[in-house]
Write a protein that binds this ligand. Sequence first.
Ligand code: SAH
Length: 230
Amino acid sequence: MGETVGRDPFLEKRRRLVERLVAEGIVKNERVREAMLRVPRHEFVWPSQMEHAYDDIPLPLGDTGQTISAPHMVAIMNELLEVQIGDRILEVGTGSGYHAATLAVLTCPSLDSPSPLVYTVEINSSLVKFAESNFVRLGFSRVIRVIEGDGSKGYPEASPYDRILVTAAAPKIPPPLIEQLKPGGRMVIPVQSRFFEQNLILLEKDVEGRVRKSNAGPVIFVPLRGDYGF
Ligand code: SAH
């Protein structure tokens, strides 16, 4: 990826977007900033949307009815997650793979981990293929493992996780995800109330396994499907 940076026609646009997120106080952590500067969002959007890749808006993923989250939402979630190098991460809702790619840079900046550190589950098989091809083309396939299935149940095979990210709105926090989070771990998940209002929830599990939740504010996400979804 480093080599392609010099020829990246979108580099200036990406820099401007990230600097704006810093100026707005959304990106605070230097590593979150670096990850967003490094991952080429235009390589993850649907090809017809490429010219909008650095607009701070969600974009449709073809005719799947799903969207790639807005850059500021990716930044807010990554700030809340406080990913440390070497963290084992579960993402529910791969979509384009963009968010997972930023998580991969945060946990393994060299991208050459001997085994995967980011496990990302996607229920839509055409998006599984889309994301996988993006990871292969851009050099993420060692660090990121894509699983096709219902991520509302988590992915117990690679658990427990230091960090869990859900990128679709759940009716409540799925109990299997709380179980699969390590003591000392953090989970970020949009939760929808009965009145269709969604809030971004940070769940922290302390070393004794006690859980604390805090509300990081209103958000808009597509619904989580599956056993613990809608
Ligand atoms: N993180 C993505 C954005 C994802 S949009 C990105 O960076 O592009 C939410 C995604 O969650 C959609 O792709 C949708 O198909 C997926 N999804 C919804 N319910 C799911 C479930 N139960 N398990 C796995 N994926 C799910």
